[in-house]
Design a protein around this ligand. Sequence first.
Ligand code: ADP
Ligand code: MG
Length: 657
Amino acid sequence: MTTMYQVISPEKPVGILKGVGPKVAEKLQSIGIETVNDVVFHIPNNYENLSVMNLNEAENNDKVTVAGTVKTEPAIAFFRGGKNRLTVFMEIDGIYVKVIFFNQPYLKDKLIVGETVRLSGKFLKNKLEINGQRLIFETGGGFRVKYPMGKVMHSKTFNKIVAEVFNAFPFNYDLPEAVKSKYRLLSVREALRLIHFPENQHDVNEGRRTIKFYELFIFQLRLMEKRQKERVRNERYIIDYDINELKEFISTLPFDLTGDQKKCTNEICRDLKQNVSMHRLLQGDVGSGKTIVAGIAAYAVKTIGEQTAVMVPTEVLANQHYQSFIDTFGSLLKIAKLTGTTKRKEKAEIVQSLQAGEIDLIVGTHALIEDDVTFDKLSLIITDEQHRFGVNQRKRLNDKAHRKNVLYMTATPIPRTLSITTFGDMDISLIREMPKGRKPVETYWRRYEETEEVLASVADEVSRGHSAYIVAPLIEESETLDLKNVQEIFHMFLDYFGEDKVELVHGRMKPADKAEGMGRFERLEKPLLVSTTVIEVGINVPNATYMVIFNAERFGLSTLHQLRGRVGRSDKQSYCALISDPKTENAKQRIDIMTSTTDGFDLSEQDLEMRGPGDYFGVRQSGLPEFKVADLAEDYRILEHARMSAIELSGEMRKNT
Ligand code: ADP
Ligand code: MG
């Protein structure tokens, strides 16, 4: 992109500004302000309105600045520890109000009966009370800005430095004219000026709207640039499979593809045929049928005699993927598995077959990225739950490619705002539609005292030959406590159902024991599995129709959703009981959301609203940008508009997102 839209201009050091000597420059540097540009993008985090308003127009809890007459002598009450409270009655705009100041006893002398004073504070309309913040002695009105300055300098002083920038510099960057007029935006310079020198709240809002747009616009341009780089055009990326052969193959699958599966398959296969390196995200909720889509792509690659690797984050997931690939494609593709527990001798054999081109599809964990694992012609790389791998790990596998075509899969439904920011450099294929016959999981909230009732419903399902998962509380602070809880619940189920029905699996068991227990549950030898969240990923028992989650309030929405996704994997009606006595409003809200929808994308949007984008995946997303003014959870509309404008500007229309 042209440098015209770079945020980093002007790059001049703050020292060139009048009034900024080496000492001041050093202070500014200590809070990250080094350039003239950093100065104007150091955004106020608060405003104080010194203009007096009419109290009759204020709402409950509003922050107000008012003028009134002192009606009573101030009274001070002292408490333990030197704390104190000053109370005075005032008449403000015809309203008789009780004004309270905490810990400012010296104001007593300033509050003289019959005199008029200005003050700011929080108006508790219902109680006709003002929780006073300060008395205003300054003359004049207006809007004062407050900056996040640490203890470095006074906001007023910094505001003068900002003024100096506006006096001394023309801005050499802005939004394109067409974009400004279309969305009624200000110039970047004017918007920043309003943010730093507003006369009222309206100025602030207008300024911020433009800067939000600007930030998101620049960000989208960068992503687009990155995307262009990923979509390298080169004849060698073409996977020239025979379409008829592929169609015939699809017709042998045990079921018809859903509309979304077809659409995604087409998008992926079109990428393969094209002379660009594929860089695509396949997004679909648990059970939406991504494996089949991935398998079809792998088959297309096999028809030209080349190979596919599927990298997954855990051993359990590797086993499951391996099994489901074998189940559906076992007779048509040569499939192998390579994980950390693969024996050395077996690994040597697998690597040899890979090098000889005898294996079409390999499923594996991080073991696949080791240097001694090499391929004949690796031309499709599929990474499952890619956010659980580091950039380097992904790169190491990608570097082994003969033709670089990369498909990322995720069952984490990501809100659209986040996917166009986090994955804006990828093409996105989305499966929203569930396979036919799936019934949404009926979800209930039950209190602890109602556990007995849940046990009875589970027994009902078991009597019909169905299986059930029971997830025990996860208490991070104490692993021993964790263990105790899962054990207690295990015994509760043992008492109720008897030994031959209940299996226990938890995170601190030996992997072999864990696998054995899991195996007995998967082979339907035991219908009940009590576990900690180790089952969160990767287990697939379509026979399971009941999910019980104890202490449901301890889990985030995305985890609850993942857990619930373990049931409802067949045409049988499934159930989920969330057992919880939520203590906070937030926890209660999460449980309410879970009982009201089973759509992962819907949930993810609500989750984003509740938590903000910062820790969307439970860990801070490394790729997530930080904006000065824009907020991804709030500024969804602006993001869409900025994105459209960026696309128009770069002259590149995307057809498929
Ligand atoms: P995901 O990987 O997206 O979680 P899977 O690919 O494992 O989902 O599919 C879940 C289950 O649904 C599997 O048992 C699979 O065989 C089945 N399935 C997938 N696509 C269809 C379809 N179009 N019709 C019926 N069943 C399907
Ligand atoms: Mg290609």
